[in-house]
Design a protein around this ligand. Structure first.
Ligand SMILES: Nc1ncnc2c1ncn2[C@@H]1O[C@H](COP(=O)(O)OP(=O)(O)O)[C@@H](O)[C@H]1O
Ligand code: SF4
Ligand SMILES: [Mg+2]
Length: 450
């Protein structure tokens, strides 16, 4: 081999191993990214007929079905596949916990469901997010359709139209002008026709999402101080939710409801808190207010992303108790996101375990806690401190998560796994069903090796 050729090979080998990008490479990535981001932003801001994003649930018992979700960040270093093919369901009236180490894509999953990914770099690239909503029906002019009161014979009840001072208006002949009487609910608020629709949130124009957020799905964030507006009172911000989402809500109604919500989340002096500004409350109180705010629109789905992480341990326990109480009282499902397996154990009916942007195991809480199958879930279990553990040192899973820009094409957990078999160097493992509700993505449970 000539010296020249040998030199060339060495240069190539170093190039492959290098941990930096050349200017040319960065420019090429930026150009490709810009094109893709423009395309996705255009789709996000397009006008579309509802039929384009109306769909059907695969299973009517679910209120949310996420299927094959891919959410990427287009950065100058390359494409970060933060969520890389995630599929799970949220059944009605249940709590689904998503657990995994920091950086595994939990928040990006929840932000994708809310369509709050920061564009243009953060985008849903592929997949469906089917969400069952109970929305107000609209007439051809886009107005809500009232439900009218009917008498015993099934005829619509008529009532006089009143003028500003509350006296019946009359026509030219002195006859009172009548209108159809709208049915009122037990709180005295007019009832409107509703219909169940399933939307594919991933395909919805971003403008349409405003109608869903707050009323159909609400989010409780990790840091309540940054989510509350410091210049408005708690009452002001809570009232706003009812005024926005309950058609026909008056200021008095909104205040009554806000106080009710503060009561529901265990705030002892709701009137006082109603009149306070966020900075006058403790962290735990602010988190309770955030939860009250999420509940005020009576959403079908509450997404709580690390709702207790910023709080002291004792307050954490109180907030978890509150969630557990609420679960019994409200008619919503909860998507609970946390890196803390202990939190999940107390709360969740179903558990989804994520690793490096993918789901590696999912099942009922009991399956994940008593029969964890994936080596990563087993490791998470072992690294959880318990009262009974006699070991002086806590178990920790060795190694790091692979670089999200350059994911390997074999099992992402391989470098850290102590149970590897020959197959593990091959393809990424597919999901294997091990019980009607338990799934795991690991070669240990596929077809046996020859
Ligand atoms: N704005 C962003 N730009 C680039 N990468 C991001 C951005 N936000 C999150 N990521 C990446 O997405 C991955 C998942 O992040 P995240 O969902 O926030 O993790 P966690 O599970 O801790 O909530 C991480 O690798 C993170 O570095
Ligand atoms: S597929 Fe192999 S490397 Fe991956 S977790 Fe299972 S045993 Fe470990
Ligand atoms: Mg997070």
């Amino acid at each position: 081999m000539s010296i020249n050729k040998k030199e060339k090979e060495t240069v190539n080998a170093t190039k492959e191993k290098k941990h930096y990008l050349s200017g040319k490479e960065v420019r090429e990535i930026a150009r490709a990214n810009a094109k893709e981001m423009r395309r996705l932003e255009k789709a996000k801001n397009r006008k579309a007929h509802p039929s384009e994003y109306t769909t059907k649930m695969k299973d009517e018992n679910n209120i949310l079905e996420v299927e094959g979700l891919h959410s990427y960040f287009f950065t100058d270093q390359g494409v970060v596949k933060a969520v890389n093919g995630v599929t799970f369901n949220i059944p009605a009236n249940s709590t689904v916990g998503v657990v995994g180490e920091s950086g595994c894509g939990k928040s990006v999953t929840s932000m994708s469901i809310m369509r709050l990914l920061q564009g243009p770099s953060g985008q849903i690239v592929e997949g469906e997010i089917r969400f069952k909503v109970s929305d107000f029906k609209r007439d051809e002019k886009g107005n809500f359709i009232p439900v009218y009161e009917k008498d015993a014979d099934g005829n619509v009840v008529m009532e006089p139209v009143l003028d500003k001072s509350g006296n019946p208006k009359t026509d030219k002949n002195g006859q009172p002008i009548l209108k159809k009487k709208q049915l009122l609910d037990e709180q005295g608020i007019g009832v409107f026709e509703q219909e169940e629709t399933v939307y594919d949130i991933a395909k919805m124009p971003i403008k349409e999402m405003y109608r869903l957020r707050g009323r159909q799905m609400a989010m409780v964030f990790q840091e309540p101080m940054t989510s509350l507006n410091p210049v408005f009172t708690i009452g002001n911000q809570l009232d706003e939710v009812s005024l926005l989402h309950v058609p026909g809500a008056t200021k008095e109604f909104a205040k009554k409801r806000s106080i009710e919500m503060l009561n529901l989340v265990g705030i002892a002096m709701p009137e006082r808190v109603y009149a306070s500004y966020p900075h006058e409350l403790s962290g735990g109180m602010r988190q309770r207010v955030m939860i009250a705010m999420a509940l005020a629109g009576e959403p079908r789905l509450i997404i709580a992303d690390e709702p207790t992480t910023a709080l002291d341990v004792t307050i954490q326990a109180q907030i978890l108790d509150l969630f557990n109480d609420l679960k019994r009282q409200i008619n919503s499902s909860i998507l609970l996101i946390t890196h803390d397996l202990g939190v999940i154990a107390e709360m969740a009916d179903y558990v989804v375990v994520m690793y490096a942007g993918r789901i590696i195991e999912q099942g009922t809480a009991s399956e994940i806690f008593h029969k964890p199958m994936h080596p990563y879930t087993q490791g998470l279990q072992k690294s959880k401190p318990t009262m009974k553990s006699s070991e002086a040192k806590l178990f920790n899973i060795p190694g790091n998560v692979p670089n999200p820009i350059n994911m390997p094409n074999y099992c992402y957990f391989k470098e850290r796994c102590s149970q590897c078999i020959g197959k593990c160097s091959g393809e990424y493992p597919g999901m294997v069903q091990v019980s009607p509700t338990h799934y795991v993505a690991c070669h240990l449970y596929g077809e046996k090796e020859e």
